[in-house]
Design a protein around this ligand. Sequence first.
Ligand code: GLY
Length: 363
Amino acid sequence: MSAHETIDVSTQDGSYDVHVGAGILDGLGELVRGACAGRAARVISDSNVAPLYANDVALSLLDAGFESSIHIFEAGEASKSMETLSELLERLAEGGLDRDDVVVALGGGVTGDLAGLAAALYLRGIKLVQVPTSLLAMVDSSVGGKCAVDLAAGKNLAGAFWQPSLVVADVDCLDTIAPELFRDSCGEVIKHAVLADEALFAALERRTLTDAGLTGEELVDIVARNVRIKRDVVEADERELGLRQTLNLGHSIGHAIEAASGLSLGHGSSVAAGLCCIARASSRLGWCSDECCQRIVALVASHGLPTDTDVPHKELLSFMLRDKKRHGDGINLVIPREIADVELRRCQVGELEEIVRLGCGVS
Ligand code: GLY
């Protein structure tokens, strides 16, 4: 195991490196310089993360020859709005950033989404570097180019695909994450393992990601494995026309659980519960073995995440049918068949109702 791994991601417009390491934030400026030739770098961060890292990041960029400046917005999902985006775009314009300059998104998923969309829109697109500081952002949202803000009608409804020029994930940043947020993010890691990595699943069964004794090297290994899973999917289907939809494993029911909670249940926890619900339904319908379902439920439980929901199944169904991933009369559901083997299955409303009834509120 090494304390610094580099994963290359190829996209339609070129390729970029994802660096995963322990203590690599100090060298950020040089890494950005290697990927971006511009004059100026604007660090975008929220009011929780900026006090921890923004000054050091800006200094590192300055040392690498960038004119660096920091823009801070209020932490929280409420900032993933058109208002904050518009404010951010105005600040980029006032700073005179041009097409060669770079936006550095320093923070968790909200920051990556907001700064990513600003980079996609400003001057019809400028360079973007993702510096994820949360586990969720490291293993998922910083890689693959999706960025969005929320609208009154729902989450992530206004967005774009805009690939970064570089991603730098320093697992030392995870030391400052609140334990409940870290636990929540484990839902996406378990999802990746069910999707594509039997060995990762078995490793998490032996020792959970919430085990306080994990070393920096072990965290680097786990984050890098997740990035490779995401990389493989995104390279095959950058625009989510087919295979990338499998990353929505656990999300169709999970989003409904999250929405029904009024967003009070975390995204990762909702996905974990959604994953258990779809696994239970799949085993009852004979699409996966009981053993596979039990292993998924046990792994979710061992990370202290919810394995079911008490939201009535009709209510879940109505949220699912309002989901932006609905296609016409149905939804493409991701069905676990085995650990590291899933199927994308088109389900009409009647079949969906049966799946939700069989999988949810029954454990
Ligand atoms: N988070 C799922 C995706 O990037 O497609």
